[in-house]
Design a protein around this ligand. Structure first.
Ligand code: MG
Length: 210
Protein backbone atom coordinates (compact mmCIF):
# COMPACT_ATOMS: atom_id res chain seq x y z
CA UNK A 1 0.00 0.00 0.00
CA UNK A 2 2.11 2.83 -1.31
CA UNK A 3 0.78 6.32 -2.04
CA UNK A 4 -0.93 8.84 0.10
CA UNK A 5 -4.56 9.79 0.37
CA UNK A 6 -5.88 12.77 -1.60
CA UNK A 7 -7.28 15.97 -0.04
CA UNK A 8 -11.07 15.67 0.17
CA UNK A 9 -10.95 11.88 0.25
CA UNK A 10 -13.03 10.23 3.00
CA UNK A 11 -11.13 7.59 4.95
CA UNK A 12 -11.34 5.78 8.28
CA UNK A 13 -9.09 6.50 11.27
CA UNK A 14 -9.21 3.65 13.78
CA UNK A 15 -7.72 2.76 17.15
CA UNK A 16 -6.75 -0.90 17.27
CA UNK A 17 -5.17 -2.44 20.38
CA UNK A 18 -2.36 -4.89 19.55
CA UNK A 19 -3.49 -4.85 15.91
CA UNK A 20 -6.53 -7.00 16.65
CA UNK A 21 -8.98 -5.34 19.07
CA UNK A 22 -10.94 -2.46 17.61
CA UNK A 23 -11.45 0.32 20.12
CA UNK A 24 -12.84 2.98 17.83
CA UNK A 25 -13.36 4.20 14.28
CA UNK A 26 -13.68 7.78 13.04
CA UNK A 27 -14.72 8.53 9.44
CA UNK A 28 -12.70 11.59 8.47
CA UNK A 29 -11.92 13.79 5.48
CA UNK A 30 -8.31 14.08 4.33
CA UNK A 31 -7.00 17.67 4.49
CA UNK A 32 -3.40 16.84 3.69
CA UNK A 33 -1.42 13.62 3.54
CA UNK A 34 2.22 13.84 2.51
CA UNK A 35 5.72 12.87 3.61
CA UNK A 36 5.67 15.22 6.62
CA UNK A 37 2.09 15.33 7.89
CA UNK A 38 -1.20 13.54 7.85
CA UNK A 39 -4.05 15.99 8.54
CA UNK A 40 -7.54 14.55 9.00
CA UNK A 41 -10.82 16.31 9.81
CA UNK A 42 -13.67 14.87 11.86
CA UNK A 43 -16.82 16.92 11.26
CA UNK A 44 -19.80 17.51 13.53
CA UNK A 45 -22.54 14.91 13.26
CA UNK A 46 -20.31 12.22 11.72
CA UNK A 47 -21.32 8.68 12.77
CA UNK A 48 -18.42 7.15 14.71
CA UNK A 49 -17.66 4.00 16.70
CA UNK A 50 -16.57 4.83 20.24
CA UNK A 51 -15.15 2.51 22.91
CA UNK A 52 -17.52 1.16 25.51
CA UNK A 53 -17.76 -1.69 27.98
CA UNK A 54 -19.33 -4.88 26.66
CA UNK A 55 -22.58 -4.10 28.50
CA UNK A 56 -22.81 -0.70 26.80
CA UNK A 57 -21.67 1.39 29.77
CA UNK A 58 -19.10 4.12 29.33
CA UNK A 59 -15.48 3.12 30.07
CA UNK A 60 -15.24 5.91 32.61
CA UNK A 61 -18.32 4.82 34.57
CA UNK A 62 -16.15 2.33 36.49
CA UNK A 63 -12.70 2.61 38.14
CA UNK A 64 -9.85 2.59 35.58
CA UNK A 65 -8.31 -0.70 36.86
CA UNK A 66 -11.63 -2.41 36.26
CA UNK A 67 -12.06 -0.76 32.87
CA UNK A 68 -8.61 -1.81 31.59
CA UNK A 69 -9.13 -5.37 32.85
CA UNK A 70 -12.46 -5.62 30.97
CA UNK A 71 -13.30 -6.58 27.41
CA UNK A 72 -14.12 -3.54 25.36
CA UNK A 73 -16.47 -3.15 22.47
CA UNK A 74 -17.59 -0.12 20.51
CA UNK A 75 -20.92 1.67 20.20
CA UNK A 76 -22.15 3.90 17.40
CA UNK A 77 -22.64 7.56 18.20
CA UNK A 78 -22.32 10.88 16.45
CA UNK A 79 -19.42 13.27 16.88
CA UNK A 80 -20.89 16.23 18.76
CA UNK A 81 -19.73 19.82 19.02
CA UNK A 82 -17.46 21.50 16.53
CA UNK A 83 -15.34 19.45 14.17
CA UNK A 84 -11.86 18.36 15.23
CA UNK A 85 -8.63 18.43 13.22
CA UNK A 86 -5.99 15.74 13.75
CA UNK A 87 -2.47 16.80 12.72
CA UNK A 88 -0.08 13.84 12.85
CA UNK A 89 3.63 14.21 12.03
CA UNK A 90 4.67 11.32 9.79
CA UNK A 91 5.96 8.41 11.85
CA UNK A 92 5.28 10.12 15.21
CA UNK A 93 3.79 8.32 18.20
CA UNK A 94 1.39 11.21 18.83
CA UNK A 95 -1.12 13.40 17.08
CA UNK A 96 -2.09 17.01 17.77
CA UNK A 97 -5.86 17.30 17.87
CA UNK A 98 -7.25 20.79 17.37
CA UNK A 99 -10.55 21.63 19.09
CA UNK A 100 -12.93 24.52 18.53
CA UNK A 101 -15.92 25.56 20.62
CA UNK A 102 -19.48 26.53 19.92
CA UNK A 103 -21.16 28.90 19.30
CA UNK A 104 -18.59 30.89 17.31
CA UNK A 105 -16.08 28.16 16.52
CA UNK A 106 -13.55 29.90 18.72
CA UNK A 107 -10.34 27.95 19.16
CA UNK A 108 -10.35 25.90 22.38
CA UNK A 109 -6.94 24.23 22.44
CA UNK A 110 -4.48 21.56 21.36
CA UNK A 111 -4.95 18.05 22.67
CA UNK A 112 -1.89 15.87 22.18
CA UNK A 113 -3.11 12.32 21.76
CA UNK A 114 -0.30 9.87 22.42
CA UNK A 115 -0.84 7.00 20.00
CA UNK A 116 1.00 4.46 17.85
CA UNK A 117 2.41 5.80 14.55
CA UNK A 118 -0.20 5.73 11.77
CA UNK A 119 -0.33 2.51 9.82
CA UNK A 120 -1.84 2.74 6.37
CA UNK A 121 -4.63 0.26 5.59
CA UNK A 122 -6.93 -0.24 2.60
CA UNK A 123 -9.53 2.07 4.17
CA UNK A 124 -7.39 4.70 5.88
CA UNK A 125 -5.09 4.72 8.89
CA UNK A 126 -4.94 2.54 11.97
CA UNK A 127 -3.28 3.62 15.19
CA UNK A 128 -3.52 2.59 18.83
CA UNK A 129 -4.56 5.04 21.50
CA UNK A 130 -1.91 5.19 24.24
CA UNK A 131 -4.24 6.54 26.97
CA UNK A 132 -1.98 9.38 28.14
CA UNK A 133 -2.63 12.84 26.69
CA UNK A 134 -1.42 16.42 27.04
CA UNK A 135 -3.78 19.41 27.04
CA UNK A 136 -2.45 22.73 25.74
CA UNK A 137 -4.89 25.55 26.26
CA UNK A 138 -2.56 28.38 25.28
CA UNK A 139 0.89 28.47 23.67
CA UNK A 140 3.67 26.93 25.81
CA UNK A 141 1.37 26.01 28.70
CA UNK A 142 0.44 22.39 29.16
CA UNK A 143 -0.90 19.77 31.53
CA UNK A 144 -0.89 16.00 31.48
CA UNK A 145 -4.27 14.30 31.06
CA UNK A 146 -5.19 10.80 32.13
CA UNK A 147 -1.81 9.91 33.62
CA UNK A 148 -3.67 7.93 36.30
CA UNK A 149 -5.31 5.86 33.55
CA UNK A 150 -1.93 4.83 32.17
CA UNK A 151 -0.82 3.88 35.72
CA UNK A 152 -3.98 1.82 36.18
CA UNK A 153 -3.45 0.15 32.79
CA UNK A 154 0.03 -0.98 33.88
CA UNK A 155 -1.27 -2.31 37.22
CA UNK A 156 -3.70 -4.66 35.42
CA UNK A 157 -1.37 -5.65 32.57
CA UNK A 158 -3.03 -3.70 29.75
CA UNK A 159 0.42 -2.23 29.12
CA UNK A 160 3.80 -3.32 30.46
CA UNK A 161 5.91 -0.90 32.50
CA UNK A 162 8.27 -0.65 29.50
CA UNK A 163 5.44 0.25 27.14
CA UNK A 164 4.19 2.89 29.59
CA UNK A 165 7.74 4.23 29.89
CA UNK A 166 7.99 4.61 26.11
CA UNK A 167 4.61 6.37 26.01
CA UNK A 168 5.69 8.82 28.74
CA UNK A 169 9.02 9.39 26.95
CA UNK A 170 7.17 10.33 23.76
CA UNK A 171 5.00 12.68 25.83
CA UNK A 172 8.11 14.35 27.24
CA UNK A 173 9.53 14.81 23.73
CA UNK A 174 6.29 16.55 22.77
CA UNK A 175 6.52 18.77 25.90
CA UNK A 176 9.86 20.00 24.55
CA UNK A 177 8.14 20.95 21.30
CA UNK A 178 5.35 22.68 23.21
CA UNK A 179 7.82 24.67 25.31
CA UNK A 180 9.72 25.75 22.16
CA UNK A 181 6.38 26.22 20.42
CA UNK A 182 7.69 24.20 17.52
CA UNK A 183 5.81 22.70 14.56
CA UNK A 184 3.00 21.73 14.25
CA UNK A 185 1.90 23.96 17.15
CA UNK A 186 3.29 27.13 15.57
CA UNK A 187 1.91 26.37 12.10
CA UNK A 188 -1.43 28.14 12.44
CA UNK A 189 -3.71 25.12 12.17
CA UNK A 190 -5.94 26.82 14.75
CA UNK A 191 -6.93 29.22 11.96
CA UNK A 192 -7.74 26.42 9.52
CA UNK A 193 -11.33 26.14 8.33
CA UNK A 194 -13.09 23.18 6.74
CA UNK A 195 -14.40 23.38 3.19
CA UNK A 196 -18.15 23.90 3.67
CA UNK A 197 -18.81 21.84 0.53
CA UNK A 198 -17.44 18.67 2.14
CA UNK A 199 -20.21 16.19 2.93
CA UNK A 200 -20.04 14.33 6.23
CA UNK A 201 -18.54 10.87 5.75
CA UNK A 202 -20.61 7.76 6.41
CA UNK A 203 -19.43 4.89 8.56
CA UNK A 204 -18.59 2.15 6.03
CA UNK A 205 -20.30 -1.20 6.68
CA UNK A 206 -16.94 -2.94 6.82
CA UNK A 207 -15.47 -0.43 9.31
CA UNK A 208 -14.42 -3.31 11.59
CA UNK A 209 -12.55 -5.41 9.04
CA UNK A 210 -9.05 -6.27 10.22
MG1 MG B 1 -5.65 9.53 24.19
Amino acid sequence: MGGRFEPGEQILFRSVKDGRKLHGALPVTVVRDDTTLSVLYLSEGTPIRWPSLADGRDMRSIPPEEAFASEWTTVERKWEGEGMLMVTPRGAAHSVWHFWEKPNRSFWGWYVNLQAPLRRTAHGYDSEDHLLDIWVESPRSWEWKDSHELDAAVRVGYYTADQAGAIRAEGKRVLGRIERWASPFCDGWERWEPDPAWPNPELPSDWDRL
